[in-house]
Design a protein around this ligand. Structure first.
Ligand code: TXA
Ligand code: MG
Length: 346
């Protein structure tokens, strides 16, 4: 199959909507990452998403809508969801709802809940409006690869597997949406993203919990609140190790570890804050962004992880940031890229 990569204009949006309507797959930009869309009402189309990505069948998809009136066909909306939708939709918050039987089990991997989000990206919104039906869309990467934040990232993974990629430039947020469970007791963040715990607590006026496995691996006997937590994600081919501690100790540890690997003839580099590029110049530093700007780091992270593969890196040592605000989303993705291997420098 030939994969078209087209700028998102009026004509390509109509083509995209027609393809989706006929059960085919289209990749499109959202404000978080690129999505791989299928008509959420069409079980066969949804199954072909799993096939194109190589995604395990037990990992459910997020359903995308452009208008709240679409919810009544999908799920029951509890009153706690109203302030959340008022505050964060359209935007990078996914909310779990009890699903109606009309939603195919293929979308939710058999779960009684359906994850729904209303993206704010103008191309995603225009596409969803043009379709009129809800679109199920995971991130448009091959399963296990970092999520795509440019149309070219999608092409790397999906060339020949889907008919169309809409190019809307690079994504603003850079990490996937926050996934929030309001169906099982206290509101709980299953996956951190651009909408932070603090922002949700402000909107709801009650404390918000964090799923246990956000900053550590899921234990063998621990139930996965969100099936996606079970899988290795966001991982470049290189083995990644995180280094924490005081700034001075971290810089010296990163440098020593990287130079030692290089002396053994292994392709090795460091991921560091912009401020530390100069101090680590012998270690092929990859600039993840300014230390105080977690949003900028989130925006760059997946591009940097993909670059490591292109460069054939074998071992990578990275700085860490405080797991607060958007920093929590960054540390969740970096942690999983590193399989949560962390060294203390001091
Ligand atoms: O920003 C995003 O959310 C992007 C864009 C394209 O919208 N989508 C995305 O989808 O990241 P995906 O499939 O890569 O991640 C969806 C996550 C998975 O971890 C999945 O397990 C979880 O949401 N999820 C989906 N439905 C769920 C449900 N009913 N219960 C618990 N977790 C669910
Ligand atoms: Mg994904």
């Amino acid at each position: 199959m030939e994969t078209l990569l087209l700028p998102a204009d009026h004509q390509s949006l109509r083509l995209a909507a027609n393809l989706l309507r006929s059960g085919q797959l289209v990749a499109f930009p959202t404000e978080t990452v690129y999505g791989l869309g299928a008509d959420a009402r069409n079980a066969d189309a949804v199954l072909s998403v799993f096939k194109a990505k190589g995604r395990p069948a037990d990992n459910p998809l997020i359903v995308h809508i452009h208008d709240r009136s679409q919810l009544s066909a999908l799920c029951t909306v509890p009153k706690e969801a109203i302030p959340l939708m008022d505050a964060f939709w359209p935007g990078p918050l996914t909310i779990l709802f009890r699903k109606h039987s009309s939603v195919p089990d293929e979308v939710t991997a058999g779960l009684p809940t359906v994850a729904v989000r209303m993206p704010s990206h103008p191309v995603a919104a225009a596409l969803l409006r043009e379709c009129g039906f809800p679109v199920a869309a995971p991130s448009a990467n091959s399963s296990g690869r970092p999520s795509p934040t440019t149309a070219n990232h999608v092409l790397e993974d999906m060339n020949g597997r889907i008919p169309l990629i809409l190019d809307g430039g690079s994504c603003d947020v850079g990490v996937e949406s926050t996934v929030l469970d309001i169906c099982h007791g206290a509101p709980t963040i299953l996956r951190p993203g651009g909408v932070t715990k603090e922002m949700i607590e402000n909107a709801l006026g009650v404390p918000v919990m964090l799923a246990g496995s956000i900053l550590r691996p899921l234990q063998p006997d621990e139930p996965a609140l969100s099936p996606g937590m079970r899988y290795k994600h966001y991982a470049p081919k290189a083995s990644v190790v995180l280094v924490e501690g005081s700034e001075k100790a971290v810089l010296s540890c990163l440098r020593n570890l990287c130079l030692e690997e290089q002396s053994k003839g292994r392709q090795s580099c460091v991921l560091c804050f912009s401020e530390h590029k100069e101090a680590l110049k012998e270690c092929s530093p990859h600039d993840i962004g300014p230390k105080a700007d977690a949003s900028e780091i989130a925006k760059r992270l997946f591009s940097v992880l993909r670059m490591l593969d292109e460069e054939g890196m074998e071992t990578v040592f990275s700085e860490v940031l405080p797991p607060e605000g958007v920093g929590l989303a960054v540390m969740n993705r970096l942690g999983r890229a590193a399989a949560f291997r962390i060294i203390r420098a001091d």
